[in-house]
Ligand binder design. Structure first.
Ligand code: NAD
Length: 246
């Protein structure tokens, strides 16, 4: 080990994950920022941000591939911050939700977070230092009209995963969960899950009256990965414009 430190961000090619990587690249807290995404665009993100930011094109559902990434990163730098952000959502009426679709959404949104936590957190625990942030969704707290029940179930699982890990990894690794509300990312705008009228109606009911910007979520994730969060673990932080109030 070289004395260098690293961050690992999944779902780093787009939206919230990309904003987290940009913040880590700028804040100088880590020497290496490892970016995992299934989308080849992750390489462009890393290239744009320059030295220290490295792309790994793989799926969080691939247990061995995730392990190999963690091993490569840890060979040169000690992981300090890990952000379990990769996710995908689709709508399916329960009667049409076949087992394949169910498992696919559970695999990406929940098992993917286990894969990363399993490989990445034991070294942090041994070094007695580290931060893990799991990204859930309001769908996991109160269901969702736009996402399927598989997405809600997976995101509720993330809350349980967070609480369990926070207890297991205490007092060395802080484990927290960030819960975005409706955020302006491709997941919302390009997925066909939300049309303009539905977004306008949603904003009308929301205390802060607007959809969130992905960097507004990223800055809370960044906070959870630093000394400001020294006494925060097992917490669920909603970043949702007041959506959790209704
Ligand atoms: P996004 O689509 O912009 O980004 C998600 C990224 O995850 C993409 O780059 C995608 O390629 C990647 N990804 C998908 N499957 C993957 C896999 N198997 N392995 C590795 N990478 C994979 O969406 P976003 O809004 O930035 O979503 C980030 C997180 O926030 C997700 O967990 C999502 O469920 C959660 N979230 C988003 C919203 C929202 O309104 N945008 C609301 C609640 C929760």
């Amino acid at each position: 080990m070289t004395g260098q430190t690293a961050a690992l961000v999944t779902g780093a090619a787009s939206g919230i994950g990309k904003c987290v990587v940009e913040r880590f690249a700028a804040d100088d807290r880590h020497d290496v920022v490892a970016c995992i995404d299934i989308d080849p665009a992750v390489t462009e993100v890393a290239d744009e941000l320059g030295a220290g930011v490295r792309a790994y094109e793989c799926s969080v559902t691939d247990y061995d591939a995730v392990g190999a990434v963690v091993e490569q990163v840890e060979a040169n730098a000690a992981l300090q911050s890990v952000v379990n952000n990769a996710g995908t959502s689709r709508y399916a009426w329960i009667g049409d939700l076949d087992p394949e679709e169910w498992h696919e959404i559970l695999d990406v949104n929940l098992t993917g977070q286990y894969n990363v936590a399993h490989h990445a957190t034991p070294p942090m625990f041994e070094r007695e230092e580290g931060y893990l942030v799991n990204v859930s969704s309001g769908a996991g707290q109160h269901g969702s009209a736009s996402g399927g029940v598989h997405y809600s179930a997976a995101k509720a699982g993330v809350l349980g995963l967070t609480k369990g890990l926070a207890k297991q990894l205490a007092p060395h690794v802080r484990v927290n969960c960030v819960v975005p509300g409706l955020i302006d990312t491709p997941l919302t705008t390009d997925s066909g899950l939300w049309d303009e009228d539905a977004i306008a109606a949603f904003e009308d009911d929301l205390p802060l009256g607007r959809v969130g910007d992905p960097d507004e979520v990223a800055r809370v994730i960044e906070f959870c990965c630093g000394p400001g969060a020294a006494y925060v673990t097992g917490s669920v932080l909603n970043v949702d414009g007041g959506g959790a109030l209704s």
